[in-house]
Design a protein around this ligand. Sequence first.
Ligand code: C5P
Length: 319
Amino acid sequence: MRISSGFMKASHPIKVNAPAKINLHLEVLGLRTDGFHELAMVMQSIDLADYLEITSNKEGLITLTVDDPSLSAGNENLIIKAAKLLRDRFGNNHLGATIHLQKNIPIGAGLAGGSSDGAAALMGLNALWGLDLTKPQLKDLAGELGSDMPFCLDGGTQLCFGRGEKLEPLNISSSSMAVILVKDPAVSISTPWAYGRSKELKGSSYLKSDFEFEQRRQQLREKSWLRFLSISDPPPLNNDLQQVVEPEIPAVQDALKLLSALPGSFGVAMSGSGPSCFALYSTYVEAKEVLEKNRVRLEDSGLESWCCSFLSQGVTFES
Ligand code: C5P
């Protein structure tokens, strides 16, 4: 399979690849005046991806089908929201699209699957409808729809500040690192719930001023592990939401315990607001070998598992 990035104009059906992300670092700095949390994160794209197949029409009809019946294909789906926002802001009423989503990224898992699908819809429809929006314009639009969505467009390894939408790309040549990713299919976590728990439990110790936020952002920018992203100086894997989610969600406790017992990893953590968790390995080959030896044990504990490489890009067209 060849993946190409960038823009293209198209009148035929197109396929767009929407990869998941994990958080190598997630720090909750404080509360913002808009009610969201001020964050300092390092996000990393991985090669577990959903696929969108999109055909355009001139009847103004936007329809979505999903191969996973547990996921809504209605107006609350970020794909539909993205398509309508793009059309209303930059297109006209005649622009329509038939979209099919092949869902591979688990839902409500802390992997930004929904955000990546929405970002893929923006990029795909921009090309199909010939709107010619630039990447920065698409990222602005993505930021209106979801905090993680701008990152999903660009992907790779990035510092993400603000609500998560302020991106600072890192100057890292493609990392060969990989993860074993696990999730209990019976458990999903609502992102607002996780942030709400953080506010209840830790709100009194949140930083208060922009000056303090900037100090913490700068401390993160200067971390040596961000220069290479390799096992010679492995990421320490910090997730502030894990501290509030893990004590309340047995599926996260079990996943972290099982992952910690696997040989050869350089750390384990929860991703985003959970409940998916991962163990970090120096290479895909090593991670794959460990996963194959332990897959049955993870399955017997009720966990789905994947072996994923780090990606240096986000949403891409598939050719
Ligand atoms: O932006 P997104 O739709 O992903 O956010 C979902 C919810 O997560 C928000 O409504 C908010 O409750 C919480 N959130 C937050 N601070 C952020 C991002 C998300 O409090 N930076």
